[in-house]
Design a protein around this ligand. Structure first.
Ligand SMILES: Nc1ncnc2c1ncn2[C@@H]1O[C@H](COP(=O)(O)OP(=O)(O)OP(=O)(O)O)[C@@H](O)[C@H]1O
Ligand SMILES: [Mg+2]
Length: 372
């Protein structure tokens, strides 16, 4: 088996058709067409879990439908997260940063065409009330009209809005259902056949679909798994994609998540984490049923930490106070849990338990820091 088209496996790839989203494409396109012909457009809020095709549907419409009298502008609120950034981008005046917002509003009003503003991941807009308020006022006494499409996976979006914004919102809501296992299987089959030259077990595809269904029908996760499994299969010169490749892809993705989280930590915390993983590596048997024998008390761990910090990392150890502070950070990140235990002498002692497999943690240090 050989990968002949990597692009179709990338998260940015927009397929030339989107099965199971025909209805959603039609609904949104209809509103845009009517707006194009001079009718009013309601604001549209699109909800749906992650990987349910929301972004793809909008990009598909922008690519495949053409409009004469309106412009459709797409912005992602992770990048444009304030009404100021959004308005200056829409009016293509980003270099005028520092100008008052009224400058950009005036420019908007002077547009020759009506506008549809699509804001993806809209829950990232910090002052969404201001944005919606400003835009809803723009038509007053002017020729130009603006329609909004807000995309979000948070059903809380509206409950966060000010009652006054809500009452002037004039919106319709569209819900994207999570994909079912059968639907994901179909999507994956189309994609794998475009991506490879060679064979695949249908069981491997079914397994990916089942795993992604458990992740609330997330097509993005499904495609990521497929892509990883194919890479493993190709590297090993196997002639067929199998369930075994998928299982190993799952482990790899889990490790990636752990690695990313460790990489983002300050070095001092990484050292504490390493020392805990190392100290517990001989003890941890079962992640979910650990007993006191699988854990270590804070004072035992602190002693190990002092040794490891100096001998392995060549760094002077931090004080016990700092050590405890780092433990609570690690607990917040879900790497460990702290368990208070009453001893026979009625003392309360804190024990530390790992919240994930120590192997993934140690593997990170071996792979990226070169520490065994
Ligand atoms: N109906 C479909 N057919 C084929 N591929 C699809 C379909 N729906 C989604 N995908 C693929 O799944 C991936 C995720 O889709 P998309 O980015 O549109 O999800 P989303 O709903 O915007 O998720 P998020 O809320 O996380 O932004 C994309 O790579 C896309 O190509
Ligand atoms: Mg999206």
């Amino acid at each position: 088996m050989k990968i002949i088209n990597r692009a179709v496996l990338s998260p940015q790839y927009l397929p030339s058709n989107l099965p199971y989203r025909e209805r959603e494409i039609e609904i949104v396109s209809k509103y845009l067409e009517r707006f194009d012909q001079g009718e009013q457009m309601p604001n549209i809020i699109i909800y749906g879990p992650t990987g349910s095709g929301k972004t793809s549907v909008i990009k598909y419409i922008i690519k495949h439908r053409s409009f004469k009298n309106i412009d459709v502008v797409y912005l992602n609120a992770r990048l444009y997260n304030t009404s100021y950034k959004i308005l200056s981008k829409v009016t293509e005046d980003e270099e005028k940063l520092g100008y008052p917002i009224s400058y950009f509003i005036a420019r908007l009003k002077n547009r020759s065409k009506n506008l549809v503003l699509v804001i993806d991941e809209a829950d990232f807009v910090r002052d969404i009330d201001d944005l919606l308020y400003t835009l809803s006022r723009i038509d007053d006494g002017f020729n130009i009209s603006i329609g909004m499409i807000l995309i979000t996976n948070s059903i809380q979006l509206k409950s966060k809005l000010d009652p006054r914004t809500l009452s002037s919102l004039n919106d319709i809501e569209l819900f994207f259902k999570p994909y079912s296992a059968e639907q994901l299987r179909d999507i994956l089959k189309t994609r794998v056949e475009m991506a490879i030259d060679g064979e695949y077990d249908i069981g491997a595809i079914a397994k990916i679909a089942a795993l992604a269904t458990a992740e609330s029908g997330d097509a993005r996760y499904a495609l990521k798994l497929l892509s990883r499994a194919l890479e493993i299969c190709e590297t090993e010169n196997a002639n067929k994609l199998t369930v075994d490749h998928v299982d190993r892809a799952v482990d790899m993705i889990e490790f990636d998540v752990v690695a990313e989280a460790i990489r983002a930590m300050p070095m001092n915390i990484q050292i504490v984490l390493y020392s805990i993983a190392k100290s517990l590596s001989g003890k941890q048997k079962d992640l979910f049923e650990s007993t006191l024998q699988d854990m270590l008390s804070i004072s035992e761990l602190y002693n190990n930490y002092i040794k490891i910090s100096e001998s392995v990392f060549g760094r002077k150890a931090k004080s016990l106070k700092w050590f405890k502070h780092y433990l609570s950070e690690l607990e917040n990140l879900g790497f460990i849990s702290l368990i208070a235990v009453k001893t026979k002498s009625r003392e309360i002692v804190s024990y530390v338990r790992l919240g994930m497999n120590h192997k993934d943690i140690l593997k990170y240090f071996e792979k990226y820091i070169g520490i065994k």
